[in-house]
Design a protein around this ligand. Structure first.
Ligand SMILES: [Zn+2]
Length: 475
């Protein structure tokens, strides 16, 4: 416990303020580069706690940086605060019930993610000052994790160039090291342009953009048999060309998400999807314009940092939940299928346990499970600097990501316990990096070795800018 104890009193002294922040952000769910109020809440706490604040980091108005300390290594703690569309939900109940009709909700727990990261940064700031240790702690308030790839844009802009290591976490059903299993991911829109015409009187004069999208989708669906089974391709219609069947659709737009286990694999797959789009355009005598919207890399692991964080988690033990926490988690589990619950254990790489609503232990490091995860923009930071993340139990085991159940549990007492634990883990791991030069050197070497095997290529084309949203008019 020697690496953990010095940081715990400082976590305690800021905990209540940061729980308030988390609950406030839960109550103002904002999505994809529109996180103006949530970012302002984080900025206000950074100022109140005495950090040096840089607003509009990387030219993104909803990104913020707070720094404290002098000299020494620079340790970044990464936070997020964006919500998801359509997941508005009343808190602390176990049935789907919208809080705001059609509203957004914190269905990925990022209210907790940002607040715990800032809690860790506050504790580290105090500890650095109290002990006179040379070093700087930075809180990076990162928007638009969900589909906006803000961190990839921030990496491209050089925001992490002088950082020595980065630490983050994600809320979930289990407590364990966040293995390097995320997928590289690109969002790319294909806009087809044809020629409108009366669909009955002069169909031969029309060239249907909707036909082109449909043929493209058929082509991609045939390709699935001949791509790596670990890759993922999804699509959604953004514009089907209108609602009138008697008009030949002159324009249509489809969004593709292409995911693969690594960057070269993803880039190769995107080329094949582009060729299929061109083929569909050729078949229908339309034209197609591809436009990359955002992209992230796959996560790069860091063995010394993962071992260090695991030792902290083992020292702390799991999150301590009480009977009331378990009672609510039981109610949530009653809304899940047996498969939901089983897959949570499978992803964690451990045998399923019966009658266990909450994870109150630490899953051993590097179990063979881990399976395929989604994608995260933390991945691009992990190519820029040695990076480590924890997963910490804040919800009932089996709760799937991006669901009303996550929003419902987002400000429950169990969530507050998980977020406090996450701050302890991040704070103690960062403290090790400030005091153990050998550990930091090993982390750097591990990172260098991985980059030598496969250099980083920014997955976002140079001309693509983040899809920023305007600041809403004052209320
Ligand atoms: Zn998330």
């Amino acid at each position: 416990m020697q690496n953990i104890e010095p940081i715990l009193p400082h976590i305690d002294s800021h905990r209540d303020d940061l729980i308030v922040l988390s609950d406030n952000v839960w109550g103002m769910p904002e999505t994809l580069y529109a996180e103006y109020r949530s970012c302002a809440e984080h900025t206000a706490v950074l100022r109140a706690k005495g950090f040096r604040v840089t607003e509009a980091l990387a030219g993104i108005p909803t990104a913020v940086l707070g720094e404290a300390g002098e000299g020494g290594p620079v340790i970044a703690i990464l936070g997020e605060y964006d919500a998801l569309p359509g997941l508005s939900q009343v808190a602390n109940i176990a049935e789907p019930k919208e809080l705001v009709s059609g509203g957004a909700g914190h269905g990925c727990g990022h209210n907790l993610l940002g607040s715990a990261a800032l809690l860790a940064a506050c504790a580290l700031k105090d500890w650095l000052a109290e002990t006179g240790t040379p070093g700087r702690v930075r809180y990076y308030g990162c928007p638009a994790e969900e589909g906006g790839a803000a961190k990839a844009f921030m990496v491209r802009d050089g925001c992490f160039d002088d950082v020595d290591a980065a630490i983050s976490w994600h809320p979930g059903g289990m407590t364990q090291i966040f293995g390097a299993h995320s997928l590289a991911n690109t969002r790319i829109d294909f806009t087809f342009t044809g020629r409108t015409s009366h669909a009955a009187a002069s169909p031969h004069l029309g060239r249907s953009a909707l036909d082109a999208v449909e043929l493209m989708n058929v082509g991609v669906n045939y390709m699935r048999e001949h791509m790596p089974s670990s890759a993922r391709i999804h699509y959604a219609y953004l514009d089907a060309g209108g609602t009138a069947p008697n008009v030949v659709q002159g324009t249509a737009k489809v969004r593709y998400t292409v995911r693969a286990t690594d960057l070269p694999g993803m880039l190769a797959l995107i080329e094949r999807v582009r060729k299929i789009a061109q083929g569909a355009a050729l078949m229908t005598e339309t034209t197609v314009r591809p436009q990359v919207i955002s992209a992230v890399s796959n996560l790069l692991g860091n063995t010394p940092l993962e071992e260090a964080m695991q030792s902290v988690m083992d020292g702390l033990g799991g999150v301590e939940f009480d009977e009331a926490d378990r009672a609510y988690a039981w109610q949530i589990q009653a809304t899940l299928s047996a498969d939901d619950i089983a897959s949570s254990y499978q992803r964690a790489g451990i045998e399923p346990r019966v009658g266990e609503p909450l994870c109150d232990y630490v899953v051993p490091r590097d179990p063979r499970g881990g399976g395929i995860m989604g994608s995260t923009d933390v991945a691009d930071v992990s190519w820029a600097v040695p990076t480590v993340q924890a997963r910490v139990a804040t919800v009932a085991i089996g709760t799937p990501g991006h669901t009303w159940q996550i929003t419902a549990q987002g400000k429950a007492p169990a969530a507050h316990k998980g977020m406090t634990y996450a701050a302890q883990v991040m704070g103690a791991t960062a403290r090790m990096l400030f005091t153990d030069e050998v550990l930091l050197a090993r982390a750097r070497k591990d990172h260098r070795d991985r980059l030598e095997r496969q250099p980083y290529v920014c997955p976002i084309p140079d001309d693509v800018k983040p899809p920023l949203q305007p600041r809403p008019a004052a209320e």
